[in-house]
Design a protein around this ligand. Structure first.
Ligand code: TMP
Length: 221
């Protein structure tokens, strides 16, 4: 138990992956386990997680905003992130809490970059401003193919989910490419299995991950 406190206090873990990958279930299980072990956990979600961020989330996901440009979309995700990092994530890490985020820069790279077509370099440049040095220690990609993901989605799709199967295939490729590129701080977990098996893999990944390893904080993605 105390091992978990020593290892995870002041650490920043992100869960990301295609829509329908089961992030919420895995996040709540990890949060429960970490709190049970005595850790103070700050759970955040993107876009959102602050009052301003939740207003931005409403604009981003409302199907009425179909005419939104890709640049506007990317900047709104980053604006929400900037508020979240400065107001919630950074102070929580400084207090020694474990921060668990539902999505982060990895999502912008996959959705607006690989799938949307926006330059990854531009996204990285804006991300530097938005996160101001606060990069995750570990990003866990819950991987599902598009047919499994589609089966799991609520039939009332939001603006992003309405973008279609080809788009979502590319989103998945985007996440897998990132994990290949940055294996020292990304891990991919097959999320097609049942929630208990995925949870076991998440637990093993975190147990065996070396959180003390140094890696460049600048240009973190
Ligand atoms: P959620 O369904 O995980 O709450 O995420 C909301 C949607 O926003 C989801 O379809 C993924 C998308 N998204 C992006 O396109 N770019 C981003 O940077 C983030 C954080 C989410």
């Amino acid at each position: 138990m105390s091992n978990m406190i020593g290892k995870l206090a002041g650490r920043f873990i992100v869960f990301d992956g295609p829509d329908g990958s089961g992030k919420s279930t895995q996040i709540s299980r990890l949060v429960e386990r970490a709190r049970g072990a005595g850790l103070v956990v700050r759970e955040v979600r993107e876009p959102g997680g602050t009052s301003i961020g939740e207003q931005i989330r409403t604009i981003l996901l409302d199907p009425v905003n179909a005419e939104m440009t890709l640049g506007c979309e990317m900047l709104l995700y980053m604006a929400s992130r900037s508020q979240l990092v400065e107001r919630e994530i950074k102070p929580a890490l400084e207090r020694g809490e474990l921060v668990i985020a539902d999505r982060f820069v990895s999502a912008t790279l996959a959705y607006q970059g690989t799938a949307g077509g926006l330059s990854v370099d531009w996204i990285q440049a804006v991300a530097e401003v938005a996160v101001a040095g606060t990069w995750p220690d570990l990003t866990i990609i819950l991987d599902v193919d598009d047919s499994v993901a589609a089966r799991r989605l609520n039939p009332l799709l939001d603006r992003m989910e309405l973008k279609g199967r080809e788009f979502h295939k590319k989103v998945r490729e985007g996440f897998l490419e990132q994990a290949e590129r940055w294996p020292e701080r990304y891990t991919v977990i097959d999320a097609t299995e049942d929630a208990d098996s995925v949870e076991k893999n998440v637990r093993n990944t975190i147990d065996s991950f070396d959180f003390c390893r140094n890696f460049p904080q600048k240009n973190g993605y």
